[in-house]
Design a protein around this ligand. Sequence first.
Ligand code: FE2
Length: 410
Amino acid sequence: MSDHPANPKAPIYSALVDDVVEFHDKAIPSSPVGETVSKQTPEGADVLPLRCIDHVRFFVGNARQSAYFYRNAFGFDVIAYTGLETKTRHEAGYVLRQGDITFVLASPLSPQHPDSYRIIQHGDGVQDIALEVEDVTAAYRIVTERGAVGVTPPTLLEDEHGVYEYAVIRAYGDTTHSFINRDRYRGAFAPGYKPLDADRYSPRTFRPVGLRAIDHIVGNVEEGKMNEWVRFYEHVLGFSQLVSFDDKDISTEYSALMSKVVQGGGGRIKFPINEPAKSRRRSQIEEYLNFYQGAGVQHIALATDNIVETVRALRHNDVSFLRVPKAYYDMLPDRIGVIDEDLAELADLGILVDRDDEGYMLQIFTKPVEDRPTLFFEIIERHGSKSFGKGNFKALFEAIEREQARRGTL
Ligand code: FE2
């Protein structure tokens, strides 16, 4: 999509009741919904069917160089392009794909671009999480009736490859959600985008690293706003609450945060929402909010079926990951029991492991991928476990604090 300006002056979603939602240690049913909503939407997903995350759009200072980074460091194929050569005058955009993951990297071509303020305000970051729906017009009508703030009403784009429909609403901070439908579109990505020039990248330098799908996308919101946004996803988008963590689960000497996970689209779309909790010094969430200048996407978790091979390839490409102390691996056999992977190899690569009643999971986190300590990525491989790595929080946050100390932001 080449034109969905988020209006920074528009009011944020505010039609929310400030009811108290208690924190629980394990999965709890979604919090009580308002009377009108509960009558109309006993099953939110039936009323607003969300298929999946279609793509994530990043707004960046130099999309050409970002595309090179995501291709050569993270193993994405660059499949489509929009810009001056395709008669798009206001921005350049690159569509990247690996497995079922689609990223769009866009940069303004002049200060007149309606989103150009984002570069100064936020630095590079996620602008839009696009959700595929059956009926864009119905989705937009339903969510705006329930209180979502519209950015772009249902819009039809057409070229020789067919019809592409989208609409945009506001989410947390300057982040937006698009609803898109491409059932009647057969082009490379969307009207305006063309397959990349064959001579732009050499096939010899393209090496995918095994990333398969988006597992979850985490938003950081301001202190006291987590429940408001959880209710937005529940009441407006028909999500349900999956799990929550409070500051007793997620705290170290200095940093603390609270987190709740909402899911939609039959469990295919998972959005944890974090807020900073009071702590002695600046938590990682506060650091993010300060540098991003508000709420926004903190990390995107990308699933792989072979985390050892994926992380080995990413490390080979100089992707930087957080490291936990060696002692973490000494305690691991007692904590997680028998797993298929070789512990020495996991320790060598810095991959973390956690277990719950349903199985185990392996995960690792990159350092921020831009100069501001904002967006980073998680690589995750699940073996039955649907958790988010609660058992790793302490070791992980201490690793983040060591990085914060190096940045002078602790
Ligand atoms: Fe995560």
